[in-house]
Design a protein around this ligand. Structure first.
Ligand code: TA6
Length: 281
């Protein structure tokens, strides 16, 4: 496809990466996984996303950092009895293609589609696209359409890794209510206030606020969500960072995952669409 003026293509390891740069912001998107790797708004030229320095770009291994696209299931919420399936679904392990590109007045919009929307554990007639709008904000929309005759049950997430100066000085605003804690056998707890971080954190919040904010010293990251039924908050902390080959030992200090997610699940009726969206600024 001929690329528009604001889009260029380069290689990173074995992976093709689209680079978008316009008057409002810039971004990098790997075609492997339709994986946003970077977003820098021109308002302050500050990177919003964290990308592991040890991330693997072999076109097989899911990329550590950025915005992994988790579909058609979140984590190990497999939709069938099969258990030996990839964590967070199979589309983040696929080569996607750029189906459309559009120059808007203050943004560039890209539409990417995966190689396949069916695989082991999921065999339904659905279409999927990721719409990425790069401007003063970054908007990512994961749109599923049920084009078959059966109801399709979906979970998933936009599993965003945000760049922070240090986890010890971060506070997360906007969540309330209860969450289930993966680090404590999925027991239920109440959202803390202040929401600060001092240990491994792996929580599914059943609250579904439209907006959240990461306060990081004097810096702020605003996160807006749509089509979600929960928010996942994850920091692996030191032991897991050391155990993950694609994560520096101290990587946990510089990142925080705040994920717009569908973890309870949605039943998508024939002919209907679902859009899971996250906007970052
Ligand atoms: O979203 C949080 C989580 O489910 C954690 O439990 C952890 O597994 C994380 O995702 C990363 O998963 P990944 O498969 O990308 O290593």
């Amino acid at each position: 496809m001929q690329l528009s003026d604001s889009i260029s293509l380069h290689q990173r390891g074995s992976v093709d990466v689209l680079e978008v740069s316009n008057s409002c912001g810039s971004a990098e998107i790997s075609l492997f996984g339709a994986h946003v790797l970077s977003f820098v708004p021109n308002t302050d030229n500050r990177e919003r996303l964290w990308l592991s320095k040890s991330a693997v770009f072999d076109g097989v291994t899911p990329i550590r950092g950025g915005i992994p696209v988790c579909w058609p299931w979140f984590s190990d919420r497999f939709p069938s009895e099969e258990r030996n399936l990839p964590s967070h679904g199979f589309v983040r392990n696929q080569i996607w293609k750029l189906d459309n590109q559009e120059e808007l007045s203050e943004a560039t919009r890209l539409v990417l589609t995966p190689s396949s929307t069916s695989g082991p554990g999921f065999n339904f007639n659905v279409s999927l696209k990721l719409v990425i709008t790069v401007g003063h904000n970054l908007k990512v929309e994961l749109i599923t359409e049920n084009i078959g005759p059966h109801i399709v049950r979906l979970t998933g997430a936009l599993h965003s890794y945000f760049a922070i100066s240090h986890i010890s000085q971060v506070e997360l605003f906007g969540l309330s209510g209860s969450y289930h804690d993966k680090t404590r056998d999925w027991q239920e707890f109440q959202t803390p206030s202040p929401y600060v971080f001092n240990e491994e954190t792996d929580r599914v919040h059943h609250d579904k606020p439209e907006t959240l904010e990461i306060a990081d010293g004097s810096q702020r990251i605003q996160i807006a969500s749509g089509g979600h039924d929960s928010i996942v908050v994850w920091n692996p902390w030191q032991e897991n960072s050391i155990a993950m080959k694609d994560m520096p030992d101290d990587g946990y200090e510089k990142m925080l995952c705040v994920e717009s997610a569908v973890t309870d699940g949605i039943d998508l009726a024939p002919g209907k669409q679902h859009c899971l969206a996250q906007t970052i600024c």
